[in-house]
Design a protein around this ligand. Structure first.
Ligand SMILES: [Zn+2]
Length: 426
């Protein structure tokens, strides 16, 4: 904190956020333990302690590094149990040690130069979302680390919303579950989650970007492995006999669509076929690809195209074989969430009541929410306000975090408003 110091015990979302980002919680994909780094528990212990201090007696950090807590219901109505979830770890791509947050008060537009490394500039041209932040207070790093708004903004927002709900018992709500997970950035965020213990009907991750956004769709994803057996021969005596497995793999890659259907040529709702690994020898080679689309039909179309390419290439190599294995990685969470339209409807209304225009968006990737959804806990993603995450240019605005807190509180209230009363009279 540079430009101003906040009152020590003011429980604002910003005060919470600025404390949480000081704790290094970087996860490590090379580690086999859960959590992958013990230091994530430093934040987990603090959060569990703060939740207990608010009066949530069941708040605890478990051995796997997950924090669970319950805000008890204060209504007679039968309200579904809602969970708010964020992840405690930060990306392995960029250091999260010794974070020194900077506050740019009343942003007037233009580029933001980060003080400890002036080569790090958040350029208005590269970050169009800055245009919507005029007059707001923006938190950045000093340019030497990431900020950790992904996802400590979400954590601070959930903590502050919990505090607000507890301080304002006139706001009626059902039982609210809080879940903080480790290791989301390395794809293991829900590996050890105990959904039975959590006991929620529906959940929201608070880990999205632009204020007002709600994401109820992710990619559907398959992985493909193509194993090619060529025909080996001594290179001096190979004429008319050798069929080179490396060259066969290269021929397949060469025939993939060049102007469509790749990550570098698609956006929005378009999917792609994407080679991720190639290895081999003359005799045998392996080609790995990932397939992404928002629909199952789109996935199948791309896989059929790949099979056609392989078949065509193999016509030139009559004594070689290619085996194609396709395995499911994850599916678009919309398939699950659409069965309960009230999950998204209530979130849209909560965003509206926070004074924002709700925007439904689709994530070109997978989230912990997509895995939770298929584990039986439907879980769209609501904005936390984090921008340029996994980089030293990461930033978040105070005002967007405050809107997220309001959205969470509104959401708790709306689920109660729209629930049936136990007497049946609503
Ligand atoms: Zn995140």
């Amino acid at each position: 904190m540079t430009e101003r110091s906040l009152p020590r015990f003011s429980h604002t979302v910003t005060e919470r956020f600025l404390r949480y980002v000081l704790i290094d919680t970087q996860s490590n994909p090379a580690s086999a333990t859960c959590p992958s780094t013990e230091k994530q528990k430093d934040l987990g212990r603090l959060l569990a302690h703060e939740l207990r201090a608010m009066g949530l007696s069941d708040a605890h950090l478990d051995d796997h590094g997950y924090v669970y807590a319950t805000i008890p219901a204060n209504t007679d109505k039968r309200v579904p149990v809602i969970c708010f979830c964020s992840h405690m770890d930060t990306s392995p791509d960029c250091s999260g040690a010794n974070v020194k947050p900077q506050l740019v008060r009343n942003y007037r537009g233009g580029d933001i130069v980060l003080p400890a490394d002036p080569t790090q500039v958040i350029r208005a041209a590269d970050h169009p979302a800055l245009a919507g932040q005029i007059g707001n207070d923006i938190i950045t790093t000093d340019g030497t680390t990431l900020l950790g708004a992904d996802n400590k903004a979400g954590i601070a927002e959930i903590m502050d919303a919990a505090h607000l709900l507890l301080q304002n018992p006139q706001i009626r709500h059902g039982a609210i579950k809080i879940l903080f997970t480790p290791d989301e950035e390395i794809g293991r965020g829900v590996d050890k989650v105990d959904l039975k213990k959590l006991g929620a009907d529906f959940a929201y991750t608070i880990d999205g970007e632009t204020a007002g956004n709600i994401e109820d769709e992710t990619f559907s994803a398959d992985g493909v492995t193509i194993t090619i057996e060529g025909v080996s021969a001594h290179p001096g005596f190979a004429k008319g006999r050798m069929e080179h497995a490396i060259k066969i793999a290269a021929a397949i890659v060469d025939r993939l669509p060049k102007n469509t259907c790749s990550p570098e040529t698609t956006e929005g709702r378009e999917g792609f076929l994407h080679p991720i690994g190639i290895s081999g020898t003359l005799e045998r080679s392996t080609l790995g690809l990932i397939v992404r689309d928002f629909t199952d039909a789109g996935l199948q179309e791309k896989e059929a195209l790949l099979e056609d390419i392989v078949e065509e290439v193999m016509q030139d190599y009559p004594h070689s074989t290619a085996r194609i294995e396709i395995r499911q990685q994850y599916r678009n969470m919309k398939q699950v969430i659409d069965a309960h339209p009230e999950i998204v409807d209530n979130a849209m209304e909560a965003i509206r009541r926070a004074g924002l225009t709700p925007v439904k968006a689709a994530i070109r990737g997978g989230t912990d929410g997509s895995r939770l959804s298929f584990m039986g806990l439907p879980c769209p993603n609501i904005f936390a306000g984090e921008h340029a995450f996994h980089s030293r240019l990461e930033w978040v605005s105070v005002q967007d975090m405050e809107k997220a807190v309001q959205t969470i509180v509104n959401l708790a209230m709306i689920w109660e408003e729209r629930a049936w009363s136990l007497s049946g009279s609503d």
